[in-house]
Design a protein around this ligand. Structure first.
Ligand code: NIG
Ligand code: FE
Length: 388
């Protein structure tokens, strides 16, 4: 494979503070990038760019690291548009609608699910996402959870076993936790990198702190990394448990006590905020400013799923984060790229520097500010130069 010189980059955000302007975003203006063997070989001012075998002119566009969407539920069939309409008329979200998607997903063939998944991957690439995490959780039987993860593994290495999404209809709570931590985990662990649990005592369908601990400890014993859905609907045990167990990420973090914020600031667990969920459920937003000011690490992700946020758009999430979560445009971009990479324990993506993956997002705009400044306008697209 030959090397390629990318020129015509009006502004390059690297997330490498050693590059460019020395800010956390490491911004280089009038930049060039050399890509070789799918990795970044050189980054700097265009005027000093070395020669390469081929040359691509990006025409004065901005380039940022490809978005790292560290939380999605992309394997599902059907939709819940009627549930959305009911919510907009005042019905509260409590997780009960998940059963509708479970029924539709179980009834779909592998080929149908594969085609739906491929369509969603194309959709997120067209909006600048280059790394995506995909959870199971709409199967809730041993066979359906396992096939969900097999399909997810066809499109990403970041696969998450979420058998503990809700207790399925007809199952006794204790029996279901036994299944998830026993036979289902054994069937799913070979196809998953992570385990997740919907820890939300405020929902009659989800799991309490002790059940969540049981699920996470079993997952860890099976070799999986830990992630948690926590504190979405109310303050509860999810965040504290995630930090105590050293989970990579605790996601939602909408309702936090001071102790939760302190724990996140003092621990290694990333707080992944999903403001598309609050938008689509008409709920109060999480407060990123409070977390950032306390010193916590914040990531942003879509949570793309048919219930609480049927959007695969990281630029949409960035514009919400700036407008509603009190983040600066620079903080939001960092959290949607480097923050997502930290939430997935990935050191090869999210930052553009020599040796890292050549996973870029190109903007039809002269600077990254336009991601928040032009909400709803499709200015970002993925440029995946990672080999093969
Ligand atoms: O992250 N909260 C739990 N799970 C998803 C929603 C799933 C659904 O409603 O289908 C979430 O919001
Ligand atoms: Fe989720």
């Amino acid at each position: 494979m030959s090397s390629t010189l990318l020129t015509g980059i009006a502004e390059l955000a690297t997330n490498d503070p050693a590059a460019g302007d020395g800010s956390p975003l490491g911004v280089v203006t009038d930049a060039a990038v050399v890509v070789d063997q799918g990795a970044i070989a050189w980054i700097g001012a265009a005027a000093r760019a070395p020669a390469a075998d081929a040359r691509t002119d990006l025409g004065g566009r901005a380039v940022v690291p490809g978005f790292v969407d560290a939380h999605t539920h992309l394997v599902f069939a059907g939709d819940r548009a009627a549930e959305f309409a009911a919510r907009m008329a005042g019905t509260r979200y409590d997780g009960g609608g998940i059963a509708t998607t479970v029924a539709a997903t179980r009834a779909a063939t592998d080929d149908t699910l594969r085609a739906l998944l491929a369509g969603r991957i194309a959709e997120l690439r067209a909006q600048g996402t280059t790394t995506v995490e995909v959870k199971s959780g709409y199967g809730l039987t041993v066979a359906d959870e396992q096939r969900t993860l097999r399909l997810a593994a066809e499109v990403t290495t970041e696969t998450t076993f979420l058998g503990a999404h809700v207790v399925p209809a007809g199952a006794a709570r204790g029996d279901y936790v036994d299944l998830v931590t026993g036979e289902m985990l054994r069937a799913c662990a070979p196809h998953a990198r992570w385990i997740d649990v919907f820890c939300e005592p405020a929902s009659p369908h989800a799991f309490d702190g002790e059940e969540a601990r049981t699920v996470l400890e079993a997952g860890r014993a099976a070799g999986l990394g830990l992630r948690v859905h926590g504190n979405q609907l109310a303050a509860g045990p999810g965040v504290g448990l995630a930090v105590e167990l050293g989970a990579a990420s605790v996601d939602h973090c909408t309702h936090l006590t001071d102790a939760d914020v302190e724990a996140l600031a003092g621990g290694t667990t990333v707080a992944t905020l999903l403001p598309g969920v609050e938008f689509c459920t008409r709920s109060p937003y999480p407060d990123a400013r409070r977390l950032l000011d306390a010193g916590a690490t914040v990531a942003l992700a879509t949570d793309c799923n048919p219930g609480t946020c049927y959007s695969s758009s990281m630029p949409f999430v960035i514009s919400l984060a700036v407008r509603e979560l009190r983040m600066t445009p620079a903080e939001a971009l960092w959290s949607a790229t480097a923050g997502g990479a930290l939430a997935l324990h990935r050191d090869d993506v999210g930052v553009l520097a020599p040796g890292r993956c050549a996973d870029l997002a190109v903007l039809d705009a002269p600077s990254h500010l336009h991601l928040a400044y032009r909400p709803g306008v499709p200015i970002a697209r993925a440029l995946l130069l990672t080999s093969p």
